[in-house]
Design a protein. Structure first.
Length: 720
C-alpha cells in the first residue's frame, strides 16, 4: 500500500530591503520595492495550499533606530502556517544590498541553524534576487534539496543599461558591485533546478545573456494579483482620503489623472514621463500628472539615488512651470495604492509605467484589475502583459514625444478607453491570480522533489550527532597546525584534557600525504580529515570514507568532459597521476600563457560544464565539483553531526582557507598568515592571533574560552 506524500515545508529567501507582514514601506529606498510585495504574497498563497505544511520567508534581521522595531523581531506570523523569519547577518544596522555580500556566509550558517530549530529540512528552497540566490545555492547543495530561483532583476541587464547611459564600467562597479552580483547570478543559475520568470521576454532577452543559461530549467509563471484589493471602482465609489493629498497640488483636480507609481529610482524613468507631459502642447490642459514616488519625510534624508530622482523631478517641474498640474505627495500607505488606481480610473485617466526596463510589471496587472488603461514601456514584461490584457499601448521609454502622443491618444478616445478598461479587468481576473500561479508552480516543482520518503532532516540533533563530542577544532595543516613543535605539543595536551572536543584537519593534501605528515610531527589521528581541497572526508582512526559526501558532491561532476575541455586551453597541463582524485583534477598553470581564472570558468560554462576552479601560488589549479570545498565540507560535517557553528573553531593561514574562515563559526588566523587574509580583518568571530602556528590556535582557544562554551538551549520559537 503506497504512503501519501507528506505536506511540504518551503523556505523562501529574500535577504535585502525591509520586510514585514503589513504597512509595507514600498519605495522607501531602492531595496524596498515590488520584490518585497511579490515574496510576501507568494508566501501567503503557498501557505493557503492544502499541499503545504509551512512556509518560512527568511530575511535579514535589522536592529537600527532609523527603522521600525518590527524589523528586529526574530519571527512574525503573516498567515496560518506562514512566517517571516529574521536572521542576524553582519552588522545590526540596515545595509543597502550592495554592502551585504561579505555577510552572506553568516546568513547561510544562520539559516542552517534555523532549520535545525524547526526540526525539518525544507523540501525546496526558493531564492529571490542574486544575494539570496548565492545563499540558496550553498544551502540547497548542503541539504540536497532543489533550488528554485526568481531573479526579479538581473545584473547583466543593469550593466548594459548603465553603459548605454554613458556610465563607465569602473563607475558602475564602484556604485553597484555588479561584478560580484553577476558572478552570484551565474552560480545561482548553475545550481538552480528551476528558474521562475514572469515573461518569455525575460527568459530570452535577459537570462539568455548568462553563461549558465539553461532553457530547459526555465519556466514562465506570471505572478498573481490580489483581486480582493484591486478591482474597478463601483457605482457608489466614494472619493478616498488620499485624494485630498493630491488635490492640494492641483488647480483642476477633476481632470483625468495620468498616474505613475514607483520607487524613486533612476531606472523608473520619471524624468521622461515629466518631459512627455510638459512638452506635449495639450496634455497640461487636458489632464493632471500624479507621481507617487515612494515615501519621504525630507529629501535630504533619502538615500543618494532617491535624492537624485526627487531633485530631478522638482527641477523639471520648475523648468516647465508645471505647478498646479503635477501632484507629488510625500506619503502614501500601502492601502492607498488600490484607491489610487480606482481614483484614476474613475477620472477617465491612465496609468503610465515609463521604466527603462521592467522585468515584469506587476503594477500593470494591478491597474488592469482596477479597470485602469495603461501606457507602458516596451522593454521587458509589459509586452506579455499587454498582449494578454489588451488594455493599453507600449512606448519606447526614451522617446518623450511618442510617450506624450500615446498618453493623449489614450485619453482622447472614450470608446477605446472603455474597451481597454473592461478587457484589463476581465483578463487580469482570468490569467493573473495567485491561486493559478501556485497551482502551476507546484505542478512544475513536483518532479524535482525526491521520489523517496526521507527523514525530516540530517540537521536534527540526536541520531546523527557523535555521542561523546559537542565541539570541534578544525585546522589547516601546513603553516597552521604544523610549524612549531613546542606549541604543537601544548595544543595536543589541551585537546587530550578535553575529550568532549573533536579534532579535525582541512587541507589541500591528499589523504595519504596528510596522514604521513601528521605522523611525522607526532599528531594523533584526527576524528575527521577533510582532504584534497575539501573533495574528500574521512573519519579516524580507521580512515573510513564519508560516502555520503562523495555522493553529495558528485552532483553535475563530469571529469572526463572537463579534462577534454581543459586539454584545449593553452598554458594548462595535468599534474602527476598521484595528484588526481575522483573529485579533484589538478593542473600546473603557466600564468604567462594561460587565460585568467575567470576566462577558464567562462570557457567551461559555454560548454555547460560545472566545476569550482581554485588557483593557488600562481602555479597550481584544481577543479572540484561545484559542491566541493573546504568551507562547504566543514559545514556538511557539522550539519551531519549536529554541531552548531559556535561550537566549531576553524584555524588557517592562507587564502585557501578564506571560505572556511567566513560565516558564523569561530575562527583564527595564525600570526604567520599570508597577506591575502588581511581583507578578513573586519569579520566578526575571527581572531587575528599574535602567536604563530599552533601557538595562535592556543591563543584562540583562550580568547573564545572554547572549551567552556555551553551547548545552546533549544529555541522553541521557530516551531510555532
Amino acid at each position: 500500500m503506497s504512503r501519501e506524500r507528506p505536506k511540504v515545508y518551503v523556505a523562501l529567501l529574500s535577504i535585502h530591503g525591509l520586510m514585514r507582514g503589513s504597512h509595507l514601506e514600498l519605495g522607501r529606498d531602492a531595496d524596498t520595492g515590488g520584490q518585497i510585495r511579490y515574496v510576501l504574497e507568494l508566501a501567503r498563497a503557498l501557505a493557503a495550499s492544502p499541499e503545504v505544511a509551512r512556509v518560512d520567508l527568511i530575511t535579514r534581521q535589522v536592529i537600527d533606530p532609523k527603522v521600525d522595531p518590527d524589523y528586529a523581531e526574530p519571527i512574525e506570523p503573516i498567515a496560518p502556517n506562514a512566517f517571516i523569519v529574521r536572521l542576524p547577518c553582519g552588522p545590526r544596522r540596515y545595509l543597502r544590498k550592495e554592502s551585504l555580500w561579505p555577510h552572506l556566509y553568516s546568513f547561510t550558517d544562520a539559516a542552517l541553524q534555523h532549520f535545525r530549530r524547526v526540526g525539518r529540512t525544507p523540501d525546496w528552497i526558493h531564492s529571490h534576487y542574486a544575494d539570496a540566490g548565492w545563499v540558496g545555492a550553498r544551502l540547497a547543495g548542503l541539504l540536497e534539496v532543489p533550488l528554485i530561483h526568481t531573479g526579479h532583476s538581473l545584473g547583466r541587464v543593469k550593466q548594459r543599461r548603465l553603459h548605454e547611459q554613458g556610465m563607465s564600467t569602473e563607475a558602475s562597479e564602484a556604485q553597484y558591485n555588479l561584478g560580484q552580483r553577476i558572478e552570484a547570478e551565474e552560480i545561482t543559475l548553475d545550481h538552480a533546478a528551476l528558474v521562475v520568470a514572469s515573461t518569455r521576454q525575460e527568459v530570452d532577452d535577459q537570462y539568455g545573456l548568462y553563461g549558465n543559461f539553461h532553457p530547459k530549467r526555465m519556466v514562465v509563471i506570471p505572478p498573481g494579483v490580489n483581486l480582493a484589493r484591486f478591482h474597478p471602482p463601483s457605482r457608489d465609489f466614494r472619493t478616498p482620503p488620499i485624494a485630498a493629498q493630491l488635490h492640494r497640488f492641483l488647480r483642476h483636480p477633476k481632470r483625468p489623472m495620468v498616474l505613475a507609481l514607483a520607487r524613486p529610482d533612476p531606472k523608473k524613468n520619471f524624468e521622461t514621463l515629466i518631459r512627455a507631459f510638459a512638452e506635449h502642447p495639450d496634455l497640461r490642459h487636458r489632464a493632471n500628472l500624479v507621481l507617487i514616488a515612494g515615501n519621504r519625510d525630507e529629501i535630504e534624508t533619502m538615500d543618494r539615488g532617491g535624492r537624485e530622482v526627487m531633485g530631478k523631478i522638482l527641477s523639471l517641474i520648475d523648468r516647465y512651470d508645471l505647478y498646479g498640474h503635477v501632484a507629488y505627495p510625500k506619503h502614501h500607505a500601502i492601502t492607498d495604492v488600490p484607491e489610487l488606481y480606482r481614483l484614476a480610473a474613475k477620472s477617465g485617466g491612465l496609468f503610465v509605467n515609463p521604466a527603462l526596463n521592467e522585468p515584469f510589471g506587476l503594477t500593470l496587472i494591478e491597474a488592469a484589475a482596477s479597470g485602469l488603461p495603461v501606457v507602458a514601456t516596451e522593454d521587458g514584461g509589459p509586452r506579455d502583459i499587454l498582449a494578454t490584457c489588451q488594455h493599453g499601448l507600449l512606448v519606447d521609454p526614451m522617446d518623450a514625444d511618442r510617450m506624450g502622443e500615446a498618453i493623449v491618444s489614450g485619453l482622447n478616445d472614450p470608446a477605446r478607453w472603455r474597451k481597454w478598461s473592461k478587457s484589463g479587468a476581465s483578463q487580469a481576473e482570468k490569467h493573473f491570480t495567485w491561486q493559478a500561479h501556485i497551482e502551476r508552480y507546484l505542478k512544475k516543482i513536483a518532479p524535482l522533489r525526491p521520489k523517496r520518503l526521507r527523514p525530516d532532516s540530517a540537521l536534527v540533533r540526536g541520531a546523527y550527532r557523535l555521542t561523546s563530542v559537542d565541539r570541534v577544532l578544525i585546522c589547516d595543516i601546513d603553516n597552521t597546525l604544523l610549524g612549531d613543535p613546542d606549541s604543537l605539543k601544548k595544543l595536543i595536551k589541551r585537546l587530550n584534557d578535553h575529550p568532549q572536543t573533536a579534532f579535525g584537519i582541512a587541507t589541500g593534501r591528499r589523504l595519504d600525504s596528510a596522514v604521513k605528515v601528521l605522523k611525522q610531527w607526532g599528531v594523533p589521528m584526527p576524528e575527521v580529515l577533510i582532504t584534497s581541497v575539501g573533495s574528500e572526508i574521512h573519519y579516524g582512526p580507521n580512515l573510513s570514507e564519508d560516502c555520503n559526501w562523495s555522493r553529495h558532491i558528485d552532483y553535475r561532476w563530469r571529469p572526463d568532459a572537463l579534462r577534454e575541455a581543459m586539454a584545449k586551453i593553452a598554458g594548462v597541463r595535468l599534474q602527476a597521476k598521484s595528484e588526481q582524485r575522483k573529485h579533484k583534477i589538478s593542473y600546473l598553470i603557466d600564468i604567462d600563457r594561460a587565460p585568467t581564472i575567470r576566462g577558464i570558468v567562462q570557457q567551461l560554462r559555454r560548454l555547460d560544464l560545472h566545476a569550482r576552479v581554485i588557483a593557488s601560488h600562481e602555479r597550481y589549479l584544481d577543479l572540484l565539483p561545484v559542491r566541493g570545498s573546504k568551507g562547504l565540507a566543514v559545514r556538511y560535517f557539522a550539519s551531519r553531526w549536529g554541531i552548531p557553528p559556535e561550537h566549531i573553531l576553524v584555524a588557517g593561514d592562507s587564502g585557501n582557507d578564506e571560505e572556511m574562515l567566513r560565516g558564523n563559526t569561530l575562527g583564527v588566523v595564525v600570526g604567520n598568515y599570508s597577506a591575502e587574509l588581511e581583507r578578513l580583518r573586519d569579520i566578526p568571530h575571527l581572531l587575528f592571533a599574535r602567536g604563530h602556528y599552533a601557538e595562535g590556535i592556543l591563543e584562540a582557544i583562550d580568547h573564545y574560552r572554547f572549551f567552556d562554551i555551553p551547548w545552546p538551549e533549544v529555541d522553541e520559537e521557530s516551531s510555532a
